[in-house]
Design a protein around this ligand. Structure first.
Ligand code: ZN
Length: 361
């Protein structure tokens, strides 16, 4: 079945101008000049995109899909996220993870929830591990988790510089990240180690020590929540300028608002390619409030509204995010052969349609 998205303004995320996007099943077949019909394809459905702009579906690399929280006792437990909430936020791909609590939440339920969301059209991946070191795994071995469990693409979020962490040492993190990296190599996956950076005094300093004392490639580590405060963001500037990737957290409670954080990073000379943004949805703030997935899209639009170029902001939650999770051939782009995950927005950036794996949601 062929679906034609006709005459959309396309950001792939690079701006392509007006194009027709041809979908077949769950894939993008072609991106052509408007009105250029390839022969031999029976046309089944035309969706007029006059006045609409097409972007790749957003990738949220950090979602507590089974619910986080619980740090203020049982009453503060956060429930599971639902598919509708995710899709309404323009997100078509998510990475699920545990968090502080691996005692009452398990990797098995994380995997089951990821599969359940996939049944509803959302592409899902998960990380093994939780805040704690040594990390919880499915098989007892990080590399084997990557090799044997399809959805596992890495490990995290391992907490550093946080009173809720298990205060891992340089060698703890080096060993974990090395195992994830090796697992990623033998399974052709990202092999990423996501590091939750708390507001502890040392901030991200442990990362410099890990990289100085090992041969670990810098790209295997992804520190997140780096916009938590000004001091941490300045550490992130130095880290990103030496080649490291950094992840900002959306929402009012994240610290420095994402739009402002991006502005600071770019002004300080950080390449936009080093930056991703994720929602931490289902996670809890120290005051007990809950991070919402909708905040990610709101922050993307805020960043555009303060003058950061549209394609640059969208790259952070599409192309860059896809690259981090080892999915750049399939996700985060509008290109022939990629998965048909597409957002159609009106001129005010309101989401008019969400297409996930070729299906209009
Ligand atoms: Zn976190």
């Amino acid at each position: 079945m062929i679906v034609l998205l006709q005459n959309a303004q396309v950001y792939a995320p690079r701006y392509l101008g007006r194009k027709d996007i041809w979908l077949v099943g769950d894939k993008i077949l072609r991106v052509t000049a408007p009105g250029e019909y390839p022969a031999g394809h029976p046309l089944v459905e035309i969706i007029s995109c006059d006045g609409l702009t097409a972007f790749p579906g957003v990738i949220d690399t950090h979602v507590h899909i089974t619910g986080g929280g619980g740090e203020q006792g049982p009453a503060s437990r956060i429930p599971e996220i639902c598919a509708r909430e995710i899709l309404q936020a323009g997100v078509t791909t998510i990475c699920g993870l545990l968090g502080a609590d691996r005692q009452t939440r398990s990797l098995k339920s994380l995997l089951a929830k990821a599969k359940a969301l996939e049944c509803e059209g959302i592409s899902t991946f998960i990380y093994a591990g939780s805040y704690e070191v040594p990390p919880v795994t499915f098989t007892g071995d990080i590399a084997e988790d990557l090799l044997l469990i399809d959805k596992v693409i890495g490990i995290g979020e391992i907490a550093i510089s946080d009173y809720r962490s298990s205060h891992p040492s340089v060698s703890d993190i080096t060993r974990i990240a090395s195992a994830a990296h090796l697992g990623g190599m033998i399974s052709a996956k990202a092999g990423l180690t996501v590091l939750h950076v708390g507001d502890g005094r040392a901030g991200m300093l442990i990362l410099d020590r890990i990289l100085r004392s090992s041969d670990l490639p810098v790209k295997t580590l992804l520190p997140t929540h780096v916009n938590r405060n000004r001091e941490l963001l300045m550490q992130a500037v130095r880290y990103a300028k030496s080649g490291g990737n950094i992840d900002l957290t959306s929402g009012e409670k994240a610290g420095i608002p994402v739009a402002q954080a991006i502005k600071i990073l770019l002004r300080k000379g950080v390449s936009s390619e080093r930056i991703t943004i994720s929602s931490d949805a289902g996670g809890s703030s120290p005051d007990g409030s809950v991070c919402e997935i909708s905040a990610l899209y709101e922050d993307i639009i805020s960043a555009i509204r303060i003058g950061i170029p549209t394609e640059l902001v969208f790259s952070m939650v599409t192309q860059n995010a896809a690259e981090r999770i080892g999915q750049s051939a399939k996700k985060g782009c509008i290109e022939p052969g990629a998965d048909a995950d597409i957002l159609l927005l009106d001129s005010e950036y309101n989401i008019q349609k969400v297409i996930a794996m070729g299906k209009e949601m």
